[in-house]
Design a protein. Structure first.
Length: 52
């Protein structure tokens, strides 16, 4: 679980998607990520891609 800060200064709790977990893609502090947010709960998201 990661806390992701958005450009609008909101914080979202996100977890790594299955493909990233399967390929052992690591995230470090400061990485920019692409994520999918839930339309039902805007405080949770899924990280799908690491931009670097």
């Amino acid at each position: 679980m990661f806390k992701v800060k958005l450009d609008s200064d909101h914080e979202v709790l996100a977890h790594i998607s299955g493909k990233m977990r399967k390929r052992f893609i690591r995230l470090v502090i400061g990485d920019r990520v692409k994520m999918e947010m839930s339309p039902y709960d805007t405080t949770k998201a899924r990280i799908t891609f690491r931009l670097g």
